[in-house]
Design a protein around this ligand. Structure first.
Ligand SMILES: [Zn+2]
Ligand SMILES: [Zn+2]
Length: 270
């Protein structure tokens, strides 16, 4: 697998830093994990639209903002005869969550959060005719095969339906966590022994988590250690903070840690 970093910050872009996006290529097939604001700046068009499957981890705007760019680009390139196949977009099944005891981490959505998620879902799936996309939904019971890549999902503690994605090929495995709280996270089992763990680390010590919906860098390190991952790649930073602060903190727990940088290709250690 080849993994290109498209975006690493939240909740807005700054300079060359874009919101979340990781483009995974295996053979002719591509999987784009999240499509945050600005992330398409790092894509090669129209080539990257060919055989493209997009998986949106959750319907927070820092993770899907650039779907509008993809929608219009796919329409334009299709009209020009450069794109034959629709871009497939997987969105999490929206809706009010019923607590399933013992099965999923407890995602406590308020009524407003549920309504907002449904409105965003309806907005994205009703973009009008100027797009060349095919929408599908998924949840943590889904198994999606994209060429040689097998995708599975695990639900995170976060205010709306949010999934970590695991991609496995014959030789390699990666997990992209997306947004997750620390207590009740299931990443450490889901990512057991992976070659590469791309993990959110929104906070550093000294910053206040109001609620446990994101990780401190040292918590990302703890998860990588417990999961026995081969390598940890940190992402989902505050645009104003120096990335080196995150890596120093995570290395207290897990030494084989790097930070994701826009435009970088991640090497998979076996
Ligand atoms: Zn989020
Ligand atoms: Zn986010």
């Amino acid at each position: 697998m080849e993994i290109k970093v498209l975006g690493t910050v939240s909740p807005y872009c700054k300079g060359v830093k874009n919101c979340s996006g990781f483009l995974v290529t295996e053979g002719k097939e591509k999987v784009l994990l999240d499509c945050g604001n600005g992330s398409t700046c790092q894509m090669c068009m129209p080539e990257d639209l060919e055989n493209l499957t997009i998986v949106i981890s959750h319907l927070h705007k820092d993770h899907y903002g650039d779907l509008l760019s993809i929608a219009y680009a796919s329409y334009v390139y299709h009209k020009l005869g450069c794109l034959d196949k629709k871009v497939t977009v997987y969105l999490p099944k929206p809706g009010f969550i019923k607590e399933e005891e013992g099965k999923t981490p407890n995602t406590k959505k308020t009524k407003e959060e549920s309504e907002s998620e449904i409105m965003d879902y309806n907005f994205l799936t009703h973009l009008g005719k100027e797009q060349y996309l095919k929408f599908k939904t998924y949840d943590d019971s889904s198994k999606i095969q994209v060429g040689e890549m097998q995708l599975t999902f695990s639900k995170n503690p976060h205010p709306i339906n949010t999934y970590a994605t695991k991609i496995i090929t014959e030789k390699e495995s990666i997990v992209y966590t997306s947004d997750t709280g620390f207590e009740k996270n299931t990443i450490e089992t889901f990512a057991r022994g992976v070659n590469l763990l791309i993990c959110e680390s929104t906070f550093i010590r000294g910053q206040q988590k109001k609620e446990d919906f994101h990780l401190y860098a040292y918590e990302a390190g703890k998860i990588a250690k417990k999961a026995n991952a081969k390598q940890l790649v940190l992402t989902h930073f505050w645009p104003e903070l120096d990335k080196s602060l995150y890596v120093e903190e995570a290395k207290e727990e897990f030494s084989n840690t790097i930070v994701a940088q826009e435009g970088q290709y991640l090497k998979i250690k076996r």
